[in-house]
Every structure is written in structure tokens, then in C-alpha cells.
Ligand binder design. Structure first.
Ligand code: NAD
Ligand code: MG
Length: 389
């Protein structure tokens, strides 16, 4: 593989740390790192920038520039701060970009990167959920290549690469079911943040871990899949597979189903998206099927995991409904983490926000998306007060 110039947005997060690990495994002559970004963890950002010998480190937090400069002193690495600086850094020409900021905050820098024509390794699923049609139109216009990093979508991408000319009949997204798969509704009502963060198989950031516990993560992934693979909502299925060994499946019209299997380790999907169309050699666990013994499957329970139905509602309504779902979900998640609302309140709140903001006009550009996102967050905050009372 020839040397790739790469920028990493969200380098201080869980995907970011795994990306640093893959880059270090593959060796300094494989990648030349241009920009790295973080938010409040200035020490972690400076450390990653030094390890990767980046040209510039950017914190999204405008007020932390001096602190970042001090942390980078003597390294020769430039420091920048604020959301404009983030977009400016994303506009620098590179070959590859890892988009691993969490939440709708990843949208503007990812689009800026896409406009340069860089290949986008996309971990930030919120881009596609909040702004799917606008985002995909921008991708087509800029000619940027989009490579999914989310493990399910990376799995499907790998499967469809092998079957490029065969129409997809169904996509089967696997879901671990999270830590509360076997809990009753009553038990789920009282779970704590620490319990919700403790994912049984994957080690991930706190927010996506809680989204896995509510299955909002899978709800987002249904919408993500719809945009990435141009399928209809009816073609997208979800099955609970507690071992997280099968990362997703694709069904074809002859009844064949291809599955992607591997260890539940994000370095596989990250390495694939960074090295595509080659495969890197990675020091991850090799599956031992005799030791695994069995793989289990079950249907998700719509009563205990209503987020999945909310994704179906958002997809059938179309327009900005998924953007409303995402913005209100981010607010509900903040409120749960802050101890203001209960675990089950998150889906109830999002459902209500989606009802209140049903029928908003279609978004034609990013400004429309940001306006709807802001509106969803406002309604979300109002509902938090009510749910917290
Ligand atoms: P994380 O919380 O561990 O890290 C998030 C990163 O985003 C950090 O670098 C943080 O500094 C940055 N960030 C946070 N708020 C920001 C803001 N307002 N502006 C700019 N930067 C900000 O999250 P993660 O688990 O690494 O997930 C990152 C993205 O990848 C999410 O969209 C998530 O859904 C997706 N994803 C993660 C995993 C995983 O294994 N962690 C798997 C699949 C998809
Ligand atoms: Mg996933």
C-alpha cells in the first residue's frame, strides 16, 4: 500500500484510540498524519498528536487553545481551537479521513472533508441519521468514497464488495442486545448509568454503549444502512445475536445469505476502512469455533426496546424525522447520563419529540438540518423537564 495522508477527527475517543493503535501496528511509513481533533481531553489530544507526529491538533473547545498550545510545546505541532478551526482542518487535502467524532457535531467536519474528495472512513453514524439525503448528495457531488467503519456496515460493505453485481434482497443487522437483554421492563426502569455503560462484548465510548443498551444504536444503524446501501426499510431486519461474532448478513435473491464473522474488536473494521481495498495484518484474536460452541439468535423485543420501532417510524415518515429522532436522542442521553431522567424515559422522550415535530418540511441543505437539529434539541430539553418532574 502506498503511503496515505490521513486526518483523524475524534482521535481521543474509543474509535480514535483504536485508530491510533491500528496505525501504530501498521508502522510509521504507512500513514502520514495531517490533522487530529478532540474536544475536552486536551492532554489526550496532545498525546495522540505527538505519537502520530501530526501536523496540527484541533480542539473543538474554543476556550482551550492556550492549554493545547502548552501541551504541544516543543513538538512543532500546530494548535487550533473551535468549530471553525475543526472545519478548516477537515478541509486540508488528504487521501483518507477517519470521521470518529460522536454525535451531530461530526457532521460539518465530515462534509468539509468529503468536499476535498478524500476517502471518508465513517464511524460517525449520526451524519447519516441526521442528514442522510443531504449527506449522500454531497458525497456524490464531491466524488468522495465512503467506507463504513461501524462494524455491521463494514461487514455488509465487505460482503457486497464480493457480490457487486447482485441485487441485495435483505440486510440482517445483528445486535448484541446489550447488558439488559434478559431484564424485565420493571428492572430496566431502574438501571443506572454505570450498568448501562457496561457492554457485554464491545469496548466503546460511553454514549454508544448506552445507546446499545436501549438499542437506539441499532435504530440509528438501520437508518445508516438504508442510506449506505440504498435499500428500502422493509429490506432491513434486526436479529439479536448475543455473542457478536456475526457482524451482519446479506441475503440475495437465490436464498443465499452471506455472513461476516470476526472477533468483536473494532480494529478489524477500522483496519479494513483504512487499508481498503487491501487487508492489513492485525494482531486481533482469531476465532476458535470449537471453543465458541454455539451462536444464538432471537427476535428483539419491541416492548422493552421501543427504539427499533422509532427508527421504522422515522424511515416511513421520511423527511427530517430521523434528524428529529437523533437530536432528541442526544438530549435524552445527556439527561440520562446527568441522572435527570430514567433509562426507559429516553425512548419515551424521543417518541414524543418525534410526534410533536412531525410534518416539518424537507431539508434541502445543511443549514436546514442544523435548524431541525436545534429544534429537536429544544423540544427534547422541554420534555426532559417534564420527565424529570
Ligand atoms: P467517544 O465518546 O469515545 O469519542 C468521541 C470523540 O468525539 C472524542 O474524540 C471527542 O473529543 C469528540 N467529540 C465529542 N464531542 C465533540 C464535539 N462537540 N465537537 C467535536 N468533537 C467532539 O465515542 P466513540 O465510541 O469513539 O464513537 C465515535 C463515533 O463512532 C460515534 O458516532 C459512534 O456512534 C461511532 N461508532 C463507535 C463505535 C465504537 O466501538 N466505539 C462503533 C461503531 C460506531
Ligand atoms: Mg455498530
Amino acid at each position: 500500500m502506498s503511503r496515505r495522508r490521513i486526518s483523524i477527527f475524534g482521535v481521543t475517543g474509543s474509535i480514535g484510540a483504536n485508530t491510533v493503535s491500528v496505525i501504530e501496528t501498521l508502522g510509521a511509513d504507512t500513514f502520514e498524519v495531517v490533522a487530529v481533533s478532540g474536544n475536552s481531553n486536551i492532554a489526550g489530544l496532545a498525546k495522540a498528536a505527538r505519537r502520530l507526529r501530526a501536523e496540527v491538533a484541533v480542539t473543538a473547545d474554543e476556550g482551550r487553545l492556550d492549554e493545547l498550545r502548552a501541551a504541544l510545546a516543543g513538538s512543532g505541532i500546530a494548535a487550533a481551537a473551535g468549530t471553525n478551526a475543526l472545519v478548516e482542518a477537515a478541509s486540508r487535502p488528504v487521501d483518507w479521513v477517519m470521521s470518529a467524532i460522536v454525535g451531530a457535531a461530526g457532521l460539518a467536519p465530515t462534509l468539509a472533508a468529503a468536499r476535498t474528495g478524500a476517502t471518508i472512513a465513517l464511524a460517525n453514524k449520526e451524519c447519516l441519521v441526521a442528514a442522510g439525503p443531504v449527506f449522500m448528495a454531497e458525497m456524490r457531488r464531491s466524488g468522495a468514497t465512503l467506507l463504513p467503519v461501524d462494524s455491521e456496515h463494514n461487514a455488509i460493505f465487505q460482503l457486497t464488495c464480493a457480490e457487486r453485481d447482485c441485487p441485495i434482497e435483505r440486510l440482517i443487522l445483528t445486535a448484541s442486545g446489550g447488558p439488559f437483554l434478559d431484564r424485565s421492563l420493571d428492572e430496566m426502569a431502574g438501571v443506572t448509568v454505570a450498568q448501562a455503560v457496561a457492554h457485554p462484548n464491545w469496548s466503546m465510548g460511553a454514549r454508544i454503549s448506552i445507546d446499545s443498551a436501549t438499542m437506539f444504536n441499532k435504530a440509528l444503524e438501520m437508518i445508516e444502512a438504508r442510506h449506505l446501501f440504498s435499500v428500502t426499510p422493509a429490506q432491513i431486519e434486526v436479529v439479536v445475536h448475543p455473542q457478536s461474532i456475526i457482524h451482519s448478513m446479506v441475503g440475495f435473491r437465490d436464498g443465499s445469505i452471506l455472513a461476516h464473522l470476526g472477533p468483536p474488536d473494532m480494529r478489524v473494521a477500522i483496519g479494513h476502512a483504512l487499508c481498503w481495498p487491501e487487508r492489513p495484518e492485525l494482531p486481533v484474536e482469531r476465532l476458535d469455533f470449537a471453543a465458541l460452541g454455539r451462536l444464538d439468535f432471537q427476535a428483539p423485543d419491541p416492548e422493552r426496546f421501543p427504539a427499533l420501532d422509532l427508527a421504522r417510524v422515522a424511515m416511513s415518515r421520511g423527511g427530517v424525522s430521523a434528524c428529529v429522532m437523533n437530536g432528541s436522542r442526544e438530549v435524552a442521553l445527556d439527561a440520562f447520563i446527568a441522572g435527570q431522567i430514567g433509562f426507559l424515559d429516553m425512548a419515551a422522550l424521543v417518541g414524543e419529540a418525534m410526534e410533536r415535530l412531525d410534518g416539518l418540511p424537507e431539508a434541502t441543505d445543511l443549514d436546514d438540518i442544523f435548524a431541525v437539529d436545534a429544534q429537536a434539541r429544544r423540544v427534547g430539553l422541554e420534555l426532559v423537564k417534564r420527565f424529570a418532574a
